[in-house]
Design a protein around this ligand. Structure first.
Ligand SMILES: Nc1ncnc2c1ncn2[C@@H]1O[C@H](COP(=O)(O)OP(=O)(O)O)[C@@H](O)[C@H]1O
Ligand SMILES: [Mg+2]
Length: 260
């Protein structure tokens, strides 16, 4: 489902053009990260600020590709995939950000409908799905509200609805409770938990230990760009390192919202 093998990520290298002599000078944000997540799993991703959580998630929703090693998502190795395959892959992965990233001038309904409209679904066919998912997150009465008229918890539930309305196989959330109070955070986690019970593979980055304790699940712990693994068995750093890939699209690989 999700497989990282000896993954390294160097931001400058990912951004610079292949001929840019400055490329590759910054330290790696991720170093030798190896793990595999089974289909249908729920996994916490924890670690201090700067440890690399967001970087792992960017690789996990194919906003970035590794500068060394392999990332395989839903059967596709992102470092070898072409533009079209990557776009198709991204459409099967839902993303929730700490700062919601809703479009403020669109209603809750239209924010959630956006991925379906972009995918070419007809208005008649998407109406029921959007309504159903907004009811599921408890916002049936707020469908026509604009994001600025909603509380933080409500906005984050719209963001979840938008992330799951296309029924993604994989859902990644980057500190989704960071701007919520404890009650809203627990409600959000209950939704992610239910999504997982329905079969979606879920990965949630957080530094909220209270929340992790409340929803026990396997966890990946990052420390300074490395996966902390008590038995050391997963650390293959150095054994499979690869030269930087040659890829003319590298400059376009930026962290970003999967649906624009
Ligand atoms: N867009 C970026 N450009 C350059 N460096 C970055 C970028 N994003 C993160 N980093 C660096 O990568 C490291 C890991 O950051 P990040 O993945 O955001 O950690 P976390 O989400 O755990 O706080 C940090 O050293 C950070 O400064
Ligand atoms: Mg982060």
């Amino acid at each position: 489902m999700v497989r990282f093998e000896a993954v390294g990520l160097r931001y400058e290298a990912a951004r610079a053009s292949p001929r840019d002599s400055r490329g590759g000078e910054a330290p790696e944000a991720l170093r030798g990260v190896t793990f595999a997540l089974p289909e249908g799993s729920f996994t916490w991703l924890t670690g201090a600020s700067g440890a690399g959580k967001s970087s792992v998630l960017r690789l996990m929703h194919a906003a970035l590709r590794p500068t060394r090693g392999e990332v395989e998502l839903l059967g596709l190795r992102t470092s070898r995939a072409g533009r079209r395959d990557l776009a198709a892959l991204r459409s099967r992965i839902g993303v929730v950000f700490q700062d919601f990233r809703l479009l403020p001038y669109l209603t809750a309904f239209d924010n959630v409908a956006l991925p379906l409209r972009l995918a070419g679904r007809t208005e008649a066919s998407l109406r029921a799905d959007v309504g159903e998912i907004l009811r599921w997150v408890g916002l049936a009465a707020k469908m026509q509200s604009l994001p600025p008229e909603l509380s933080g918890g409500e906005q984050q539930r719209v963001a979840i609805a938008r992330a799951v309305v296309s029924r993604p196989a994989l859902l990644v959330a980057d500190e989704p409770t960071g701007n919520l109070d404890q009650r809203q955070a627990r409600r959000l986690l209950a939704l992610l938990d239910e999504m997982n019970r329905l079969g979606t593979t879920v990965v949630v980055a957080t530094h909220d230990e209270e929340l992790v304790a409340r929803f026990p699940a396997p966890r990946l712990v990052l420390h300074e760009g490395r996966l902390y693994d008590p038995d050391g068995a997963r650390d293959l750093d150095g054994t499979r390192s690869q030269p930087p890939r040659e890829d003319e699209e590298a400059g376009e690989d930026r962290p970003g919202d999967y649906n624009g």
